[in-house]
Design a protein around this ligand. Sequence first.
Ligand code: AGP
Length: 615
Amino acid sequence: MCGIIGYIGGSEAVPVLLEGLRRLEYRGYDSAGVALLSGGAIEVRKAVGRIANLAEAIQQNPIHGTTGISHTRWATHGGVTLENAHPHFDASGHLALVHNGVIENYQTLRDRLIAEGHVFKSQTDTEVLAHLVGEAFEKSGDRTKEGLVGALRQALRQVIGTYGIAVIHSEIPGVLVGARRGSPLVLGIGKDEHFLASDVSAIIAHTREVVYLNDYEIAAVENDRFEISTVSGSGVDFQVSKVELSADAVDKGKYPHFMLKEIYEQPSSIRDAMRGRLSAEEATAKLGGLNMTNGELRAVDRIVLTGCGTAFHAALAGEYLIESLAHVPVECEFASEFRYRNLPMDRDTLVFAISQSGETADTLAALRESQRKGHRTLGICNNVASTIARESDGGAYMHAGLEIGVAATKSFTSQLTILTLLGLLLGRIRHLSHAEGRTIIHEMEKLPDLVAKALELDESIQRVAKKYVSAKNFLFLGRQANYPIALEGALKLKEISYISASGYPSAELKHGVIALINEETPSVFIAPQDAVFDKNISNIEEVKARKGPVIAIGTEGDTALAKICDDVILIPHAPDYLTPILSAIPLQLLSYHIAVALGCDVDKPRNLAKSVTVE
Ligand code: AGP
């Protein structure tokens, strides 16, 4: 989804906007643009592709001004062209607008406006919104800040969909207006300057004082003041929050890519996910943010875990982990299906919405649908200020720190850690003894060091990656809680190397998938020394019998795998409920090294974006 940033203040806006766009580029990188209020007019520069192309265009043809809006695009409506790049203008050409989200009824509105003589230059839904605001502004005749805010209200009441927008008008210098519904928008408070941005990473170099706008809120911003009101016209009591994010969180440091940096941050991100949540004395986990008493947790007779992409894979692993640790029936649902499925759920079903960004539209809609049906709906999120975090009935923060690489890595292992803590908590409330609880806590405390040890396999995994870099298709296989890890391994490889890959429960091979086996198709087996190890060995034999190359993720000290597999990666020994976390590490590194060897941009893979704020 797109990233927007607006600035109003005393400094030249271009450097502020370009730096902000670079920090938001993980949200979409199809095209970019800037519009500035300059000498009573609006100057605009756009470029297809990366922010670097836009910076180049501005360098060749500089523009100046201290108020401006800008955008980096993830295309939803209309191809990746200069015409479709934002900002977009109204019919008068005096109003410019940038937008993150989707206007679902744009075609109807567009047809009406065309019938009234409007001419559109792009295929985007956003240009329709600009024309709507411009039309209302012209009709109002009120050429003041209040007139512009009024026109925006009128236009937003006609649209169906999601938006995070910023608007400037050449006849109202010194004013920047923004609004949100469904897409995130934050107002940054500086000294005689203000910012509007899709997320705080774009503005933390300038301020840590922010207001997170809620749905249907409009901000009218000037150099030295701002007002927040609603689309329906009432005032808003807003809260100023302090951003904890450190500036170096948004830098790669010594790493060539954010993805590799975030893979190597996992010992500390997992430690942070457990910090203050393991009670050795009570031999259980403490998840105070759930806002539930043990009695209420004891009454839960079913859990539904929902999310998208990697978060869905964490949910699926969570199903295995919580059922084995707590003996509570767990179901996991794709959020995009859950929201329309009308799943029968009885009163004591507890729902968890899992999302790194906390802004994924389908997961947010699933949360709202679950609450609409009266279910207590908790969030497992990494972004404390996100919409899912703010709208859920409680939850657990992942504390994984900012994740910039589009491919989720540390957020995945943090989600698995929290789901394991949840299994321990619910298990101790049910059948797990104090001694069993202590053992699980003792094992979990060792996890960060075990993950650090797994990272030491990096070089050997790089060698394996180089060996299979030309393969056109991969299979990932695992059993029990390692089956979702196989799905995640396949997703990682697909999304950053564009190689076709799929994940399956190992035993499913015989029921069709084995037809894909040949000497060019590597199979990656997750086969730790657990209760189903021998079963995995038989499945590996079936693949070897058909000359399929096999890469196995096994447990330190294993000697059986090396006898039958082409390549073996041995992770540290751990109990079954922790091997999924350890097995994920070599799969992340394998996909990373294959993608790098293929020259792919691992941090900004094609066609993807970090948080999917449209349906
Ligand atoms: C994973 O690498 C992808 N970036 C994507 O599948 C992601 O997991 C999905 O969009 C869900 O995002 P969320 O956790 O922010 O909701």
